[in-house]
Structure formats: structure tokens, C-alpha cells
Design a protein around this ligand. Sequence first.
Ligand code: BV8
Ligand code: ZN
Length: 254
Amino acid sequence: MNEVLQHAIAQAAAVLAGASRVAVLTGAGVSAESGVATFRDAQTGLWSHFDAQQLASQAGFSADPGLVWGWYMHRLAMVEAAQPNPGHRALAALAGHVQTLTLITQNVDDLHERAGSQRVLHLHGHIGRFHCNECGASYYLRPEDRQASLPPVCHLCNGYVRPGVVWFGEMLPDRILDEAWQAAERCDVFLVAGTSGVVYPAAQLPVVAQRHGACVIDVNTEPSLQSEYADIVLLGPSGETLPAVLAALPAQSG
Ligand code: BV8
Ligand code: ZN
């Protein structure tokens, strides 16, 4: 680990050690080391000719429900085959070092929960949950649905079933967005990890936090939109830098 990164890790640990309220925002980058492709990663196979935003939309689903269903079943299988990485585990452990930690994620995988994090705020939903696209009725995935060439149909209205994620052009869940916004306004430190910062309103959260006086820390393998204004920048993989920050924290008191 280079000098600059080691210094930034020590700075981040010092700031976190003095914090009582911490808010964290994660993106696809924190799951990259678990083998879950990021949104930037080129789509593979059948979907290589489509950009993620097109597939993750009502328009995409109406145009070709089978293609979009297949894409989500492909991604669901990737998530289920993946394991949390040291970055997820470091964030779960960080909760024990501060008075309040609010973990906000744009990810639709459950790797934070599998790493032991409690009450994760999923701004963009869950890839493992399903409901009817017409009437909203919940739906429980059957094994045969995974290989199906079309989405299952709703037992109430025959509408197509869709994944429980927020598509582009759709509103985020109110209560979750409000809780995330309040955590950003009230935190002493806002830690951003593994996000490019291009999708709104999630990308607004670190700005809100900094405007309310918080120290913003950005963790990424490359410069992101946050690193332009962040107070501390850790340029390295979150699976290595986050455990290093945790290791640099003073031992938990009591
Ligand atoms: C909405 C679920 C009301 C689905 C997702 C204001 C300005 C401009 C546009 C808008 C605006 N307000 C609204 C919009 C429109 C739109 C938007 O933001 N468009 C962008 C693209 C310009 N927002 C919406 O539509 C939102 N809804 O606003 O509703 C409304 C409606 C209509 C019009 C106005 C208002 C809904 C957005 C949610 C969409 N759903 N996901 C699914 O997953 O299938 S978004 C999805 O993409 C992810 O959840 C995530 O949010 C985003 C991908 O970003 P990242 O997670 O950051 O991933 P990415 O691949 O981009 O980057 C990975 C990063 O990790 C990189 O920086 C890389 O360097 C780094 N990295 C890689 N490896 C590592 C690493 N870092 C550390 N360690 C590593 N090992
Ligand atoms: Zn229905």
C-alpha cells in the first residue's frame, strides 16, 4: 500500500474515531471483489448489446419482458453464488465502533446483510424480491421461473411479475429515502464506497452531508464524482482499504 493511501487511511480512522454519527453510502464497487459485476462493467452475453439503464426501466421491460427477466435471473444467480468480501465485513464491524451507523446502499444484492450489517437502507430495492408490475401483489419465485423465457404472471391480475428493484424513471421508496436524507443531514462523517456517483438522488446524499458540516470520505479504485469534493480520498479497492481503516481505529472501549 503506497504512502499516500496509508496516510489517507490514518486520516480516515482518526476522523471516524472521533465521530458519533456515521452514514455510509455504497455502490456496485463494494460488491465487485465478490464477483458481482458493477453497472459500468459491460453487459455480457445476451445483454451485451444493451446498456443497463435501458434494461432497468419500464420501457425496457415493456419492449422485451423476456430479455429483462433473463437479465435479472442472470444477476440473481451471480449474487446468490457470491460471498460478502472483507469490505462488506469491515462496514458491518464499523457499526460497533460508533454510536450510530446508517448504512445506505444503491446495491440490490444482500451482501451487506450476509456480512452482518443490520437495517441496511436499500435505496434501489432488492433483486431477490418480486411483485406484480400491474397490481403490486407480492410474488414468491419458483425454481422453474429462473430459466423461464418470460416473466411469471401474477395470480391476481395476470400482469407480468418484476424484480423488487427501482427502475430508472421510478421514484425511490419514500420512507427509506427520507431516513437516508436525515442520516446525511445529521452525520459527523459520511463514508462513500464503490460508487461512480452518477445516479440521482443517491448521488446527492454526500453533498447534503458536507453542506451540513460532515467530513466526506470517498473510497474508490479510481477518481469518482465524489472524490472531486471529498475531504479524504482513499484510492484503492474497498475490500482492502476498509479493513485497513477498521484496523487503524483505536480498540473499542468497554
Ligand atoms: C428518480 C436498481 C424521480 C435497478 C438502479 C437529476 C439529474 C440527472 C438525472 C436525474 C436526476 N434525477 C433523476 C434523474 C434520472 C435518473 C438518473 O439519476 N439518471 C442518471 C443516470 C443520470 N434517476 C432516476 O431515474 C431515479 N428515479 O429520480 O425518480 C424522477 C423520475 C423521473 C425523472 C425525474 C425524477 C432512479 C434511479 C435508480 C435506478 N436503479 N438500480 C438494478 O440494479 O437493476 S441505479 C443502479 O445504477 C445502481 O443501483 C446504482 O445506483 C447505479 C450504478 O452506480 P454504481 O453503483 O456507482 O456502479 P457503477 O458501476 O456506476 O460504478 C462502480 C464504481 O465502483 C466505479 O466508480 C468504480 O470505479 C468503483 N469500483 C469498482 N471496483 C471497486 C470500486 N470501488 C472500490 N473497490 C472496488 N473493488
Ligand atoms: Zn397483479
